[in-house]
Design a protein around this ligand. Sequence first.
Ligand SMILES: [Zn+2]
Length: 343
Amino acid sequence: MKAFYAEEQKRHDPKAFLSSGAQKPNPEKPERVERLLAGAKAAGCTIERPRDHGLGPVAAVHTPEYLDFLEHIFARWQRIEGASAEVIPNIHPIARDGSYPASAVGQAGYHMADTACPISSETWQSALWSAWSAVEAAGAVMSGAPAAYALCRPPGHHAFADVAGGFCFINNSAVAAQVLRKNAARVAILDVDLHHGNGTQGIFYARPDVLTVSLHADPVRFYPFFWGHADERGEGPGLGYNLNLPLARKSGDAPFLEALDVAFQRIRAFAPEVLVVALGLDAFEGDPFGGLSVTTPGFSRIGEAIAGLGLPTVIVQEGGYLCDELGDNLTAFLTGFGGGRRR
Ligand SMILES: [Zn+2]
């Protein structure tokens, strides 16, 4: 399987974030890339550099105002006397029905959901190349490859059309799905990250052409708290085209695979022409976030089960944080997926 990744994606190096009010080192570290590259190579992937695809595919799912913010906010922030080294918001509109602010501080609060996505001089380029890796993988599948892997880092599934959050800036899975729509009437996104794919849900919430399905730790007491509940089913023409499958904390392989079967029933009924897998590996039992208890062999079974859908598949990297098994978990998923294909 081809894998796509560009060196520029490693330059974004956020320093801190707030967890339960305490400042901690930001876990979305460039070192994740080394582990994931090793894991992809161990699964037999060849690594290719994506091309520069311009703003077009990104602007197809994000607003012009938001992309302008992402590109220029760091330079504007530097002009504020006494400002922090990275752009971090300190005020948010409690509802988004007020005026769009002119100030950099106001816009940071408007476009950033939390403190987990600090913006540095490198963030915009890293996020763009991450998205272009997803575009390239989508292109490979549109050209006839049965599957392709995009090593997207920074990740994307918490980014809404005009809001960054949870380490995410550009929604790579949504970008890939929208690219795939050029050739496919129906695209399904299956998100197996530990956390609910709230940004992806938000982008496609009112659309019946992109089915969004997410398995994740129950948000009743877990990030992203406000989204990911079972009663969020879509709206307007998109009603019925969003499925959330929250799992009890610490759920292991068996309940995860059972929920996956429910996801497959909905996906089969939708009959998509192509699938995007938002592949978080943070459901792992040893992940620093500790929300679920999927094992390394469990990721192999998840990959094998997804391959059983028999759909052309774009695999987009989402979360999964530094632990000894991070690379092994990617290898397990991709190897299981390949085994499921051959069956
Ligand atoms: Zn996650």
